[in-house]
Design a protein around this ligand. Structure first.
Ligand code: NAD
Length: 354
């Protein structure tokens, strides 16, 4: 499959922006469509603006006319769909935006892409790749086997339910219309350009500011962690090699307890940051009331993508985490402006003054 012209939704967010950099040389035209919500940051891509073939469009994936216009005028053959409301805690306090963007927005993109594909005579090389999450599968007990591509969906948060809904729509467009869709379900990502509300950057930023490090419940919840660049390589493999209609689990074979990550970050910061307001940083760890419906454990069986497409995670977690800490230390100018009054309001509503 040769992609010529790609539309990347949510390209000003964390994973989307990393993928834009990864994919830029591989697509003649690359259009980023992003609504620049609180999680989108145009500055992340500012060095790409003006480069040949790159266009940034500020707009909402729910705007059907805008999407149809972009598909037609740029002769798009590939959509890589990252745009989403992505934070579980915000989905608990305000689920409506999650239904609108994740479900209605994905439907809007699918409809526009279907009409565009049909108008072009249903070319075989068109692709719609939908980026999703392991959270659609629900929660695992400590002895349960990892999620596979055939694990039944059992989402527990408004976020994961909205992603599950969008996954089902993408699947249905393949089975009903033959639209060449693909779905990837990935575990927790870490790396550069992640918004400070998420676990790893939240801890890095709070350690640098000398603020408490809020850890939910007993801190024993387990997530599988994958470096964002490994995720981008996996998406490329699926895009270029997978048969339409397929779905792939992506993960790092790297299950870690939340408290262990926080402790590792404290120790890395103690040794790598020039000056910290509070040392050792572990003193800042503060256990807070658990998130409602908090899934205990996620783990991904990645044997299908390993066997079918020959993809393997390359980052070792200790190295990737150290590099990520170094990135947050070196890029204060990127994250500092994101601690806006909107963020402060969200933060105080969630954690109080802790
Ligand atoms: P993010 O919150 O950092 O970025 C989301 C981006 O989408 C932002 O730039 C935002 O402005 C944009 N956006 C939101 N609503 C929009 C709309 N209506 N129209 C256009 N743009 C809109 O998210 P992320 O962490 O980069 O996640 C990207 C995708 O990957 C999501 O679909 C998420 O469900 C999925 N995913 C994330 C992880 C993870 O660990 N972060 C893991 C697996 C899957």
């Amino acid at each position: 499959m040769q992609s010529q012209n790609t539309l990347i939704t949510g390209g000003a967010g964390f994973i989307g922006s990393n993928f834009v950099r990864h994919w830029q040389q591989k697509s003649a035209t690359l259009i980023v469509l992003d609504a620049l919500t609180y999680a989108g940051n145009r500055a992340t891509l500012s060095d790409l603006e003006g480069q040949k073939g790159f266009h940034f469009v500020e707009g909402d994936i729910c705007e059907a006319q805008l999407v149809a216009h972009l598909l037609a005028t740029h002769a798009i053959d590939t959509i890589v769909h990252f745009a989403a409301e992505s934070h579980v805690d915000r989905s608990i306090s305000g689920p409506a935006a999650f239904i609108q963007t994740n479900v209605v927005g994905t439907f809007t993109l699918l409809e526009a892409f279907r009409h565009h594909w049909e108008a072009q005579g249903k070319p075989e090389h068109f692709r719609f790749l939908h980026v999703s999450t392991d959270e659609v599968f629900g929660s695992l007990g400590s002895e349960d086997p990892a999620f596979s591509e055939t694990t039944p969906y059992a989402p527990n948060s408004p976020y994961s339910a909205s992603k599950a809904g969008s996954d089902h729509l993408v699947r249905a467009y393949f089975h009903t219309y033959g639209l060449p869709t693909l779905i990837t379900n990935c575990s927790n990502n870490y790396g550069p350009y992640q918004f400070p509300e998420k676990l790893i950057p939240l801890m890095c930023v709070n350690i640098l500011l000398g603020k408490p490090l809020p850890v939910y419940g007993d801190g024993q919840n387990i997530r599988d962690w994958l470096h964002v660049k490994d995720h981008c390589r996996a998406i490329e493999r699926v895009l270029l090699q997978a048969r339409p209609g397929e779905t792939y689990n992506i993960g790092g074979n790297n299950q870690v307890k939340n408290i262990e990550i926080v402790e590792q970050l404290c120790d890395l910061m103690d040794s790598d940051a020039a000056e910290l307001p509070v040392t050792p940083a572990r003193q800042l760890i503060t256990f807070v009331r658990d998130r409602p419906g908090h899934d205990r454990r996620y783990a991904m069986d990645i044997s299908k993508i390993q066997q079918d497409l020959g993809w393997q995670p390359q980052y070792d977690f200790a190295t990737g985490l150290k590099q990520t800490v170094a990135w947050y230390l070196a890029n204060r100018r990127w994250w500092q402006p994101l601690l806006s009054s909107e963020y402060q309001g969200y933060y105080e509503a969630l954690y109080g003054d802790r």
